[in-house]
Design a protein around this ligand. Sequence first.
Ligand code: AKG
Ligand code: FE2
Length: 245
Amino acid sequence: MLKANPNPNPKDDSKKSRTVDLGNGSSVIYVPRFLAYDVAWEFFNYLDNHIPWTRPTLRVFGRSCTQPRDTCYVASAGLPDLIYSGYQPHAHSWDNFPPLEDILDAVSMRSSHLTCVFLVPSLVRSNVFACLLKGGNDYVGWHSDDEKLYGSTPEIASVSFGCERDFILKKKSGKSSQERRSDDKPPLKRSSKSSQDDQHSFMLKHGSLLVMRGNTQRDWLHSVPKRAKAETTRINLTFRLVLQE
Ligand SMILES: O=C(O)CCC(=O)C(=O)O
Ligand SMILES: [Fe+2]
C-alpha cells in the first residue's frame, strides 16, 4: 500500500522549505523534497495508470481548442458543478482513488507545520485537479484559481511528480484582475525573475509541494509554460479547499 509519509521531522521545515513574500498579503511556500523520491515515483505510477485521464475540447474566446494537457477532476460530494471554457468535467469520487487522500493527508500534516490553514479537515470539503503534461508541448496557460467557492484568500496546494517543469507567477496588470484562464495563449518562454519583482519562477521538482496563499489568486496569475527540453511526462495534483457555508 502507498503511504505518503512526509518528512518525519517537520521542525526542519525552515531549512527545507522556501517562503516567497510576493507583497500585499500574497505568498508562496515551496518544499522541494516534500515526498521521498521513491515514494513519489510509486505515486506517479499509480496516477499514470489509474486516473481516467481525458483531454477535452474547450471553447476559448469563441474558438474550439483541445486542452493542452490531460486532466481529471475529483471532488467531495455536494460541491457545485465546475464549468470552465464551456466544459463541465465529471466530478469523480475521492473513494475511487485512496492514494489521493493519502497525499492530501500528507499535505495537510506538513501544512500545519508551515502555519498554513491547509487543512482543518472536519470543516472543509475539497477538490483536486489532476493534470498530466505528456511532454514539453503540453502546458498550463496563464490563469488564477479565484472561483468564489474557494473563499477570498484561497490556499492552493500543488504536488508534482515526474518531469521537472517551470511554474511561473506573474503579477496581474492594473486593470486585468478579470484575466481568466487562457489556454490558447502559451505563456512566455523565459522564466527569470523580472527586475520589477512582478514575476517569479519555481522549478517544480519530482515530489515537491507548492502552496499559494493569501491574495495570490487575486493579484497574480500562474502558468506552466511549454518547454522544448521537457521530454517526459509530468503529473501534478492541485488541491483546493472549499469553505463550508
Ligand atoms: O500544473 C501545475 O503546476 C499547476 C496547475 C494549475 O495551476 C491548476 O490546475 O490550476
Ligand atoms: Fe492553477
